[in-house]
Write a protein that binds this ligand. Structure first.
Ligand code: DHB
Ligand code: MG
Length: 590
């Protein structure tokens, strides 16, 4: 696989972008004309820098509003083009992207447009330049890749081909199957971008919301499969206009971008037998093995777990680490770091093959996590997720590591399990977290939603294993708000009983306002005694066509809290209507 990336995907000046692309392992770069215009380095200096770093300049882009114009304007097209052809020569690239006219086109006549494209190509040929004609989704007369390809065929010049951009094709709902009818050698360039499913005008959608492959809802696997079947052998290039990536750390975003291509090429190889691109297959987790909370002093957590009815299973024989369980929900309290406030620090996932899971993570450029181990301890493979949470893979029964804990009681068989693990991200790391979860962890993205919080909207994106057993909702904090605490939710068979016993042992739950219960009674026509019981225990309630959901939250310890839930019937959600109540109640006093 030969890879490339448009300089528009990254923040910084052009030379910063070039350094970051080379460091992330891209083979080439598309230089955006606007990035070059504002750079102090000459085209020759940019070229020399790229040569020194082993980065090919694949293309200069875009050249706009060239065709479909009257003859006076076309004369000006040729004058402008001559200048840009010289610039491309100085950069040492022979390819320029010509995007379809979105502003000045007045002539809707294929014969005229093809003749003008031909003349432009002839001028390019005098400079040793090739042109890749791309249909913008919002082009005035040309906005469909099949139309652009017809014009390229009509113009019929050896140095004129087409550029396919997944955004322009998939955003318009155009069937990508006809790509296979294009002569692969005439596809001069390929640009890939994903995007969320938004209902808005295509220009704003394209300029602000494109995503790297695997982060949105476009079917890029099918798209790329068609392009490769057409015989395209050029670079897979990313062209992602996105408000967030324009601001985030250049090197980190470049590495993240590169991971998206590894993921995509692997998916295409899996479905279309391009075996050279395979990396070890994803290990879909089949259960949560454990959740780890770290902090300098976790005695309050011990007390809280006891109040919630967890069983103390013992202390680690060598480390200040303790194990508590409720059913098969295993919580590990780790006091090895003497400087930390309590936080959710690790997640253990049960997989079939932890070596393969870790080899895949490495192939995807995810940083391995290192754990202090002592000889003899069961060693788990681990990787650091973008928010720093360590993810461990275990392909052995839990007993292989729980045996290291002694001095506690036997566990219960109540059927309680980890229901979901809620991670929160600052706004700039969110898309990276989605790609990490799909590509490295083998989880699938569900539809995202937005929840109003006191400091802004919190976006929530649930990632889950194909069988729905492992669920990881990701929360995106509003830009000016602190990242909300992470939490782990445990589901049990009788949450009201758990709440009553915990309350009797003195645990105060997150306080729910009385107004919530008035609203609840209005929404659901519930039995008054039942609502009173919920109110007395600060329990939250939700119901849909599939079943019911009852849950409560513990107070926050440092940066972590627990949620206890009960699912009745086939309720499959997370109590989303109650999330604003929680966010408001957790707001730090100001
Ligand atoms: O938004 C644009 O104008 C624009 C420019 C060049 C491209 O390749 C593209 O896909 C979009
Ligand atoms: Mg494009």
């Amino acid at each position: 696989m030969v890879t490339s990336i448009a300089s528009v995907c990254l923040s910084g000046g052009l030379t910063d972008k070039i350094h970051a692309c080379a460091a992330a392992g891209f083979d080439g770069i598309e230089i955006m004309d606007s990035d070059l215009t504002v750079a102090h380095e000459s085209p020759e200096e940019i070229r020399a820098l790229c040569e020194r770093l082993g980065l090919r300049i694949d293309m200069l882009q875009p050249f706009r509003d060239a065709e479909g114009v009257d003859e006076d304007l076309f004369a000006d097209t040729l004058r402008r083009a001559r200048e840009k052809f010289r610039t491309a020569q100085r950069l040492g690239t022979d390819l320029i992207l010509v995007c379809s006219n979105a502003a000045t086109a007045t002539v809707d006549d294929d014969a005229v447009t093809a003749r003008q494209l031909g003349e432009l190509a002839d001028l390019a040929a005098e400079h040793g330049i090739r042109l890749a004609y791309e249909a913008l989704a919002w082009g005035r007369f040309v906005n469909d890749y099949r139309h652009a390809w017809r014009l390229v065929q009509l113009a019929d010049r050896p140095n004129l081909g087409t550029c396919l951009d997944s955004f322009h094709i998939l955003s318009r709902g155009h069937d990508p199957a006809a790509i296979e009818e294009i002569d692969g050698e005439k596809i001069f360039f390929l640009q890939l971008a994903d995007a969320p499913d938004l209902n808005m005008d295509v220009l704003s959608w394209s300029r602000h919301h494109r995503l790297f492959p695997g982060e949105g809802s476009f079917d890029l696997v099918t798209f790329l499969t068609h392009v490769l079947r057409a015989g395209y052998t050029g670079p897979l290039s990313l062209e992602v206009f996105n408000d967030t990536f324009r601001q985030t750390d250049t090197g980190r975003t470049a590495a993240h971008a590169r991971r998206s291509l590894t993921w995509l090429a692997d998916r295409v190889a899996t479905t279309d037998s391009h075996d050279d691109r395979r990396i070890p297959e994803a290990q879909c987790p089949h259960a949560v093995d454990f959740v780890e909370i770290s902090g300098a002093d976790l005695s309050t957590a011990d007390h809280m777990l006891e109040q919630l009815g967890f069983t103390f299973r013992g202390s680690h024989h060598r480390k200040p680490v303790r194990l508590w369980t409720l059913g098969t929900a295993r919580l590990v309290l780790d006091e090895q770091d003497k400087h930390e406030t309590p936080h959710l620090s690790g997640i253990g996932l049960s997989v079939d093959d932890s070596d393969r899971a870790s080899a895949r993570a490495e192939a995807l450029g995810a940083p391995p996590a290192f754990r202090r181990t002592h000889t003899g301890d069961h060693e788990l493979r681990a990787v650091a997720s973008p928010d720093g949470t360590q993810v461990y893979w275990n392909d052995q029964p839990a007993e292989t590591w729980t045996e290291e804990f002694t001095g506690g009681d036997d566990g219960d068989s109540s059927g309680a399990v980890v229901d979901h693990i809620n991670l929160s991200y600052p706004w700039q790391d969110f898309d990276e977290a989605v790609l990490f979860s799909t590509s490295v962890l083998g989880l699938d993205a569900q539809a995202s939603s937005e929840v109003p919080g006191p400091r802004g909207l919190v976006r929530s994106q649930v990632m889950r294993s194909p069988d729905g057993v492992v669920r990881v909702p990701l929360n995106l904090a509003p830009p000016t708000a602190p990242t909300p605490p992470r939490h782990v939710a445990i589901s049990c068979q009788d949450v009201i009983g758990v709440a009553e016993r915990a309350r009797a042992r003195g645990l105060q739950f997150l306080a729910v306002p009385a107004n919530y219960y008035d609203d609840l009674a209005a929404r659901f026509a519930l039995d008054t005694a039942f609502v009173d019981r919920l109110r007395r225990l600060d329990l939250l309630y939700d119901r849909d066509d599939d079943g019911e959901f009852i849950h409560f939250y513990t107070p926050t310890l440092g940066d972590v809290f627990l949620e206890l839930v009960e699912r009745r019937g086939h309720y499959d959600g997370y109590g989303a209507p109650n999330a604003p109540v929680r966010l408001a109640a957790q707001r730090p006093a100001s």
